[in-house]
Design a protein around this ligand. Structure first.
Ligand SMILES: *Cc1c(COP(=O)(O)O)cnc(C)c1O
Length: 378
């Protein structure tokens, strides 16, 4: 059976151009980048090339880029690493209620160690309130961590404004941009972003590789001790193949932003128009304007999202109920709770996230199957 993959916010397939770049580094180019001989130096050059590709895409310096193993590690390193290195300046951190668990759990871990954390509310579309942010700042605030775009509902936060506030108040600003990259062209200088997390597998590179950007001059403590890799900030022999793939993937997407976004936005809007026509009482979640092009989060009444997923799976359709990270969790999504959805609607939520290889037929097929399944369930 053909797979209709509509879960790109959970992970993306590695694209062919990226696989082609990676293969030599899984095979003949197996050198350790720390070794002196030419095989090692070739691996080192490949990593440098990837670092340049990432730095160019974000408009930063190559020595501001640190490769990690995933988006979660980048978030941990940014938040805990920064907090530990700057405790002399203060112990207060501001974040939001709708962050990824990698950010929320890092903050909770810090709270257990004596840090204070403010979790900002969001409105019914998932956007933070800038007044509340301003009012939360104290002289002990050292860090603001607000995600660029939400993984469940696709809402894009007012990043430039947050960056300006942080700069004015002399507070460091971290953003989890794992979902945003590929959808939004990010210029860390223009947006006053001090630290930023990325993950390869969300933009057509392999799993197991991430990026943390840290502006020069910002102190952070390494969380993994050992060798001197990544400028002594992240010990461990580099995942050369993964890093090469991430570099290639970011370069490709950087050159395709407009085309890519136009295409998936058209698909999403087509899906929304069909949903409105066929399911009169369905609710579209997230901000309709400030929204990732590929995200479509819809709540159906009197439907159990998990059942819907299992039924869709029978037809080869991959989608998500709220958040992939939450499927094994018995708790309702913290994001959908924070935007004020009642439990009934949370239970009936289906997240579709479009990617570069989807087409209109996929939407038609999905709608056809949704109509069948939802009629049966009611
Ligand atoms: C997927 C995701 C992460 C975690 O990235 P991993 O590479 O899977 O650890 C963090 N933040 C957001 C917003 C994500 O969507």
């Amino acid at each position: 059976m053909k797979i209709i993959y509509l879960d790109h916010a959970a992970t993306t397939p590695v694209r062919q151009e990226v696989i082609k770049e990676i293969i030599p580094y899984l095979g003949i180019e197996y050198g350790n980048a720390s070794a002196m001989y030419s095989l090692g130096r070739k691996a080192k050059r490949a990593i440098k090339n990837a670092r340049e590709q990432v730095a160019k895409s974000l408009n930063c310096d190559i020595n501001e880029i640190y490769f990690t193993s995933c988006g979660s590690e980048s978030d941990n390193l940014a938040i805990k690493g920064f907090a530990y290195a700057n405790i002399d300046k203060g112990n207060h951190i501001i974040t939001s209620k709708i962050e990824h668990h990698a950010v929320l759990e890092s903050c909770k871990a810090l709270e257990r160690e004596g840090f204070e954390v403010t979790y900002l509310n969001v409105d019914e579309n998932g956007i933070i309130n800038l007044e509340e942010l301003l009012n939360s700042i104290t002289e002990k605030t050292i860090l603001i961590s607000i995600m660029f775009a939400n993984n469940e509902i696709g809402t894009i936060e007012p990043i430039e404004k947050i960056g300006n506030i942080a700069k004015e108040k002399n507070i460091v600003f971290h953003t989890d941009a794992v979902q945003a990259i590929g959808n939004i062209k990010i210029d860390v200088k223009k947006l006053n972003i001090d630290m930023l997390s990325l993950s390869g597998h969300k933009f057509y590179a392999p799993k197991g590789v991430g990026v943390l950007y840290v502006k020069n001059g910002i102190k952070f403590k390494k969380l993994q001790d050992g060798g001197l890799q990544e400028n002594d900030k992240r010990a461990g022999t580099e995942n050369v193949a993964g890093i090469v793939g991430l570099g290639k993937a970011i370069e490709l997407i950087y050159n395709e932003y407009e085309e890519y976004n136009k295409k998936i936005k058209e698909l999403r809007d087509y899906y929304f128009s069909k949903i409105k026509k066929e399911f009169k009482d369905a609710k579209i979640n997230g901000d309709i304007v400030n929204r990732l092009a590929g995200n479509a989060n819809v709540s159906f009444k009197n439907i159990i999202g998990e059942n819907l997923l299992l039924e869709l799976d029978k037809y080869g359709i991959c989608a998500s109920a709220g958040s992939a990270c939450s499927t094994s969790s018995p708790h309702p999504s913290h994001v959908l709770t924070a935007i004020g959805l009642n439990k009934d609607l949370i239970d009936g939520t289906l997240r579709i996230s479009f990617g570069k290889d989807n087409c209109k037929n996929d939407v038609d097929y999905l709608i056809e199957k949704l109509k069948e399944i939802i009629k049966l369930e009611k």
